[in-house]
Structures are given as structure tokens and as C-alpha cells.
Design a protein around this ligand. Structure first.
Ligand SMILES: [Zn+2]
Ligand SMILES: [Zn+2]
Ligand SMILES: [Zn+2]
Length: 139
């Protein structure tokens, strides 16, 4: 498990420090995107700044992408296609008003190969509504 994470980090030109491995391991076990506070509350012995720096490094190296939600930033692991030059997370991010979870909806995305005479560096697709699980419990 740990060596698998080390390889992932090395592939993204990131030195696999123990903190980075821990944060990566935790994020990979989560289905929803998490805020800094949510990630911090999982780690008893790490300070906020260290976790924040780890997330910033991950974002620069194409390991996590951030999702801006009003005043909160949430983080979710990227796929292998992202690297330190470009993020390709051009998919919908969905916020559920009931369970308050933000998830990546990879099947709804902006086409990567779209031809434009301008350069797109970042795309934000964001939707709010009620997720599958909460919809079921409403019925
Ligand atoms: Zn990405
Ligand atoms: Zn929900
Ligand atoms: Zn995403």
C-alpha cells in the first residue's frame, strides 16, 4: 500500500515524505472532496500549516485539484492525466444541499480536445442539488 503511494508521488515528481504519504493515503480513501479543516481533523498530531503546504504541493504537482465553494476550498485526488503543467479535471463538481458533500462527476465533463484560438488554463463546472443517496432517502 505504502510503496504504491510512493510510486504515485515519485511519478508526479514529488518526494514521498511520510506526511505526504499519510495525506495521500487518507484522500484516496475518501469519495467526497474535503476541506482543509476536515483533513486536519483526521490527523491528531499534524499542524494545519503542514497539511496546507502538503495540499498546495499536491496541487502544484497535479496530485490533487481544488474545488472552490463559496468561502471554502475542498480537495480531491486527481487522475494520472494531471501533472505539474496542466490539470485536466474539467468535470462537474456537485454539491449536495442535504449531506453537504462535494463529489467529482467525471462522466460530465468539458471536452479536453476542444479547438479554440485562446488558451484555457482552468475550467470550473459546479452544480448544486441533491445527490443520489439523499434523493433515495427522500422517497
Ligand atoms: Zn488535476
Ligand atoms: Zn446528499
Ligand atoms: Zn474533481
Amino acid at each position: 500500500m505504502k510503496t504504491h503511494i510512493e510510486d504515485k508521488l515519485i511519478n508526479k515528481n514529488t518526494k514521498p515524505t511520510s506526511m505526504r504519504i499519510l495525506v495521500y493515503d487518507f484522500l484516496s480513501s475518501q469519495d467526497a472532496a474535503l476541506s482543509l479543516s476536515e483533513i486536519e481533523s483526521h490527523f491528531d498530531h499534524a499542524d494545519r500549516t503542514t497539511i496546507y503546504r502538503t495540499l498546495k504541493t499536491f496541487e502544484e504537482k497535479g496530485i490533487v485539484h481544488s474545488i472552490q465553494e463559496n468561502t471554502t476550498t475542498k480537495y480531491k485526488l486527481c487522475h494520472d492525466g494531471c501533472d505539474e503543467t496542466t490539470h485536466k479535471d474539467w468535470h462537474l463538481h456537485f454539491y449536495c444541499k442535504i449531506c453537504k458533500q462535494t463529489t467529482c462527476k467525471e462522466d460530465i465533463s468539458f471536452p479536453e480536445n476542444v479547438q479554440t484560438n485562446f488558451r484555457i488554463d482552468e475550467i470550473r463546472l459546479f452544480a448544486k442539488g441533491i445527490c443520489e443517496t439523499c434523493l433515495e432517502s427522500l422517497q
